[in-house]
Design a protein around this ligand. Structure first.
Ligand code: ZN
Length: 476
């Protein structure tokens, strides 16, 4: 006999279900009823709490036969993959959820015998979804993004099949752009090609490959590095790829109208700021430099004007006092990556809404200049500390000692400075390295003289023997 399916806010869906102690006739009857309920609802799985019984019982039929498992337990799991799920208890919604790719599950069958089940792909996903129900967890708790789904979509499956796969031309260059690419791959999208800036010769003539190129090459993706994206040969290559989307993250060149017109659904950009604030090449560094405590990520529809397109999605992130450009960039990359799959699905389904940016609120975050790297010791300690964090790990904040360049890598504010001390004056009587600023003292925790290794302030005092009263100078 099919049972009613409990939905939405039903308390039983949120309880931790109790283990079954005796596998008796009522338990076997419940298994029969759950199967009928699942079939009638065209589901591929069902957990006992969904029919109002808070017991650890699931049934799953993901096309590879029926499994009834009493007191299921996850023994081991490997890998993760992201796909769209729905739930018979949450009609009208779908979302993308990370699940283990392969699982080993144990439990009891209806005869009370112990069983083991090795599952992968869709069956593994269904098992994890149903086992979550036994702990009061719903897929919406784990979904990275949620979208409205039609009744047919969700009725057809307790756990939905694969999301639409798109063909994507991905354009990005530094470390920030790796995470979104990784996310698109893990969602099963087809990366037609990866476009990065040409490799440059770095220090000591060594060729430095863009982070995205290294990542993409290691995965045998097709990588293009055009000198100019306006090059007709390149634009033709992009057209020939027949992309559904152009996805851009910190690419570093303006894109022409011809290129923006190549994808079927459109071009989107992942930008690490709360647009319209911090438009430009260095939004992460500029936000830290300004002493901000929050920033975010925006996914926008790309327009011809740099960073001026409509906003498709936005998330806020805190900037902690210990964040530097490296850690904050990583945080924002992960956040932006998690937002991408839903935005693409929405754009393809024509349900995406782009909110225009308010040009009156726009601020600029221009590329860092050599000037930005120089420490002006007459500024307040807090401002210099922000500058040091903003320029870490690279390029580093610079000062001069005895005419030689030194990169200041980490500092800490220690207190007010004595009246009359000149900014830049070194204080090292106690063996630690402190510097007078325009307002307050900064203790230097880490620094790096040109061509030397990274060292602590104490090591610098012992090795370079500055006298109290010596000064760090601003480069001219
Ligand atoms: Zn469910």
């Amino acid at each position: 006999m099919p049972l009613d399916i409990f939905k939405d806010d039903a308390p039983v869906l949120r309880q931790k279900a109790k283990p079954v102690r005796n596998i008796n006739a009522p338990v076997r009857k419940l298994l029969d009823d759950m199967q009928e309920t699942m079939k009638e609802a065209h589901g591929v799985g069902l957990a006992a709490p969904q029919v109002g019984t808070s017991k650890r019982i699931i049934v799953v039929d993901a096309g590879a036969g029926l499994y009834e498992i009493i007191n299921p337990e996850l023994l081991s799991a490997e890998g993760t993959e992201c796909a769209i799920e729905g739930c018979l208890s949450i009609p009208g919604w779908a979302g993308d959820v990370d699940r283990f790719t392969t699982v080993r599950v144990t439990g009891l069958n209806r005869d009370g015998s112990k069983i083991w089940l090795d599952a992968s792909g869709f069956l593994a996903r269904a098992l994890q979804h149903e086992m979550d129900h036994l702990d009061g967890i719903l897929f919406v708790d784990k979904a990275k993004t949620l979208m409205e789904a039609t009744q047919e979509d969700v009725e057809a499956v307790e756990v939905a099949a694969k999301p639409t796969q798109f063909r994507i031309v991905y354009m990005g260059t530094p470390e920030f752009a790796v995470k979104p690419l990784e996310e698109l791959l893990s969602c099963g999208h087809d990366i037609a090609m990866v476009v990065t800036q040409p490799s440059r010769r770095g220090n000591r003539g060594k060729v430095q490959e863009p982070a995205v190129k290294e990542y993409a090459s290691a995965r045998n993706l097709r990588v293009l590095q055009p000198e100019s994206v306006d090059d007709e040969t390149f634009i033709q290559a992009a057209r020939d790829a027949h992309p559904d989307f152009l996805v851009v993250a910190a690419f570093g060149q303006k894109l022409s109208k011809e290129l923006l017109n190549t994808p079927k659904y459109g071009a989107v950009n992942v930008h690490p700021s709360l647009l319209p604030e911090y438009r430009g090449a260095a939004p992460v560094q500029r936000a830290i430099m300004d002493g901000r405590t929050r920033t975010g990520v925006t996914i926008m529809r790309m327009a011809q004007r740099m960073d001026a397109g409509g906003i498709l999605a936005q998330s806020v992130a805190e900037i902690s006092p210990s964040d530097d450009a490296g850690t904050l960039g990583e945080k924002l990359a992960a956040l932006g990556a998690a937002m991408l799959p839903r935005v693409l699905q929405e754009m393809a389904g024509r349900t995406a809404r782009a909110i225009p940016q308010d040009p009156a609120r726009a601020t600029r975050a221009p590329r860092l200049s050599a000037q930005d790297e120089q420490i002006d010791w007459s500024r307040p300690a807090a401002a210099i500390a922000n500058q040091v964090r903003a320029l870490r790990p690279e390029p580093g904040a610079r000062t001069l000692f005895g005419g030689k360049n030194i990169k200041i890598r980490a500092v800490e504010e220690t207190g007010p400075s004595a009246a009359g001390s000149r900014p830049g004056t070194i204080e090292c009587d106690d063996g630690t390295l402190a510097v007078v600023t325009g307002s307050g003292i900064l203790r230097v925790q880490q620094l790096q003289p040109a061509g030397k290794r990274l060292m602590t302030g104490d090591e610098f005092v012992r090795g370079y023997r500055p006298a109290t009263g010596d000064r760090f100078e601003s480069p001219a």
